[in-house]
Design a protein around this ligand. Structure first.
Ligand code: M6R
Length: 370
């Protein structure tokens, strides 16, 4: 069942091109328009929503954070992301005009389910993004957008994460289309870019897997690893840190790169490994330059920088102790590529330490208690 891979996690990392492809499948018609037939919420209701709240836990919440950048940009609908357990117990303001998006691989996470019920009690409509057919959250939600990643066995989520992000992009683009958004050309471009992603994810696997594994082997005695990113690179950084905590039991933290000088830079001393997710240099704003200057700041203080950057980005090379290039993609879609080396790194490091990659201590695949 592991298809010859040493762990389910490794297999599932390799399933990702197909997981994303399957999640896109059948959702675009010949003219390139999105048709989300399963989204059985009245179009008039969808047009009237004035706020979106994404609720989820763990890795699914990082998919939600990526979704926020995309949905707000494409739809201009204010979007919040909140950990389901925090949302449930803080008396959140939601009503009939709120669309709640519950993201869950298993569909059985109790924290998320309780938050769904709470939102519905306040009159909100709930769309589930879920990987498990017929599970509780999609059954109770008003509509469901299934991710078609296939069963995920390893406790550490990988392919479900990429599929959740993909489904969230589809939801964002669909809402933008429905609301006659002025960014029409961008919607069409994004859909075409999305269709190109499975092949690009495959290229990441083909081209850099070996080097990432070598690095992981050489770092198996690291006691702490930091991850930095801006914009969508921020949730990617947190996901990279979570993977390492979960399966390699290494202290790891993800930060927004802009937050460095507000505290975390004090952690940097000689030899501290820091992964940095670098946005595309072709992006519209000055994000790239900002991240490059963050890399210089930490290098000057002795950090060992491990940089994930876009192919052709030569500017960043001089400041990287290690560099892994991923294919070009629009900034908003980069998480589908930049996450992959972080997953490979964590799986390899866990294996190098002799741990059970698929069944980390203290964790369960689905958390059915609050
Ligand atoms: O099944 P869910 O997506 O609702 O699970 C949410 C989290 O428990 C889950 O993502 C957890 O953080 C994973 N172990 C991450 O690898």
């Amino acid at each position: 069942e592991k298809d010859g891979y040493p762990s389910f996690m490794e297999k599932e990392i390799h399933d990702q091109p197909s997981a994303v492809e399957q999640t896109l499948l059948g959702r675009l018609d010949e003219t390139g328009r999105l048709t989300l037939d399963e989204l059985k919420i009245d179009e008039a209701v969808l047009r009237s929503i004035d706020k979106i709240v994404v609720i989820a836990c763990g890795t699914a919440s990082y998919a939600g954070q990526v979704a926020r950048y995309a949905i707000e940009h494409w739809c201009r609908i204010p979007t919040e992301v909140e950990l389901a357990h925090e949302f449930r117990y803080r008396d959140p303001i939601v009503n009939e005009k709120t669309l709640v998006v519950a993201v869950s691989q298993s569909g059985e996470t109790m924290d998320t389910l309780m938050a769904v019920r709470h939102a519905q009690e306040q009159g909100a409509k709930v769309v589930a993004i879920c990987n498990t057919n017929g599970s509780t959250i999609p059954r109770e939600a008003d509509a469901v957008l299934y991710t078609h990643a296939g069963p995920e066995i390893a406790v550490a989520s990988t392919k479900a994460f990429l599929a959740q992000i993909t489904a969230a992009y589809l939801l964002g683009l669909y809402l933008a289309q429905l609301r006659g958004n002025k960014y029409k050309d961008e919607i069409a471009t994004m859909l075409a870019e999305l269709e190109a992603m499975p092949a690009k994810i495959q290229r990441v696997l083909d081209e850099i897997e070996g080097d990432v594994k070598d690095l992981a082997q050489s770092m198996k005695d690291a006691s702490s690893v930091l991850f930095l990113g801006r914009h969508v690179g921020f949730p990617v950084a947190m996901e990279g840190a979570l993977k390492l905590k979960e399966i390699a039991y290494i202290h790891a933290e993800g930060f927004a790169a802009g937050e460095l000088k507000h505290g975390p830079i004090a952690l940097i001393d000689e030899g501290q490994p820091v992964f940095v997710i670098v946005p595309s240099p072709r992006g519209r704003d000055s994000l790239h330059a900002k991240v490059v200057s963050n890399i210089q700041e930490i290098r000057a203080r002795g950090a060992v920088t491990i940089v994930i950057a876009e192919e052709g980005d030569e500017a960043v090379k001089d400041f990287a102790n290690h560099i892994f290039y991923v294919p070009e993609a629009p900034t908003l879609l980069q998480p589908l590529l930049a996450t992959v080396p972080l997953q490979i790194f964590a799986a390899e490091l866990s294996a190098a330490k002799g741990y059970d990659v698929d069944q980390p201590r203290n964790l369960a695949k689905s958390v059915t208690v609050e």
